[in-house]
Design a protein around this ligand. Structure first.
Ligand code: ZN
Length: 134
C-alpha cells in the first residue's frame, strides 16, 4: 500500500471542552470542527497540525469504545490514522493477505466523511491503526 502521511492522531479525552484550552491556548492550535459520530458513540474535535490533525475523542455514553479505553488506560493517544493513496479497500485486502487481523472487513464512513477501516492492535504491536482516505 502507499501511505502519504499521518492523517490524524486519535486522542481519548473525558471532555472536549476541558481538553481544548490546552490545545488552543497552550499549543496554539485551532479547533475547526466538532461533530458527533453516532454509530461510534463519540464526539470528535479536530485541530490541524500541518498536514496532520489531532482528533479529540470524547465518549457520548458509557458503552462507547472510548469510554472503555479511558476506563482501562486513562486519557491519551488511542489510535494512529494513516492516509492511504490507493483506496482503503485495496489496503485492507493487502493487509488481510499478509495474515493480519482487522477490525473492519470493509471500509466504513468515519468523521469528516472519510472512508476508514481499523486494523487490530494484536497484529500491530499494540497500536490501534486506522487506514483512511478522503
Ligand atoms: Zn480516527
Amino acid at each position: 500500500m502507499k501511505i502519504s502521511h499521518i492523517e490524524h492522531l486519535g486522542i481519548a479525552v473525558k471532555s472536549i471542552e476541558a481538553a481544548l484550552p490546552y490545545y488552543e491556548n497552550v499549543l496554539g492550535l485551532k479547533c475547526y470542527n466538532i461533530e458527533t459520530v453516532e454509530d461510534q458513540k463519540v464526539r470528535t474535535a479536530f485541530l490541524k497540525v500541518g498536514e496532520t490533525k489531532i482528533e479529540l475523542l470524547e465518549p457520548t455514553c458509557p458503552e462507547s469504545t472510548i469510554a472503555k479505553f479511558i476506563e482501562n488506560k486513562g486519557e491519551g493517544v488511542q489510535h494512529v490514522a494513516f492516509a492511504v493513496e490507493d483506496g482503503v479497500a485495496n489496503a485492507l485486502a493487502e493487509v488481510e493477505s499478509q495474515g493480519l487481523r482487522v477490525i473492519d472487513k470493509a471500509p466504513r464512513k468515519g468523521a469528516e466523511g472519510l472512508s476508514i477501516a481499523f486494523l487490530h492492535p494484536k497484529s500491530t504491536m499494540g497500536v490501534l491503526t486506522e487506514l483512511c482516505e478522503h
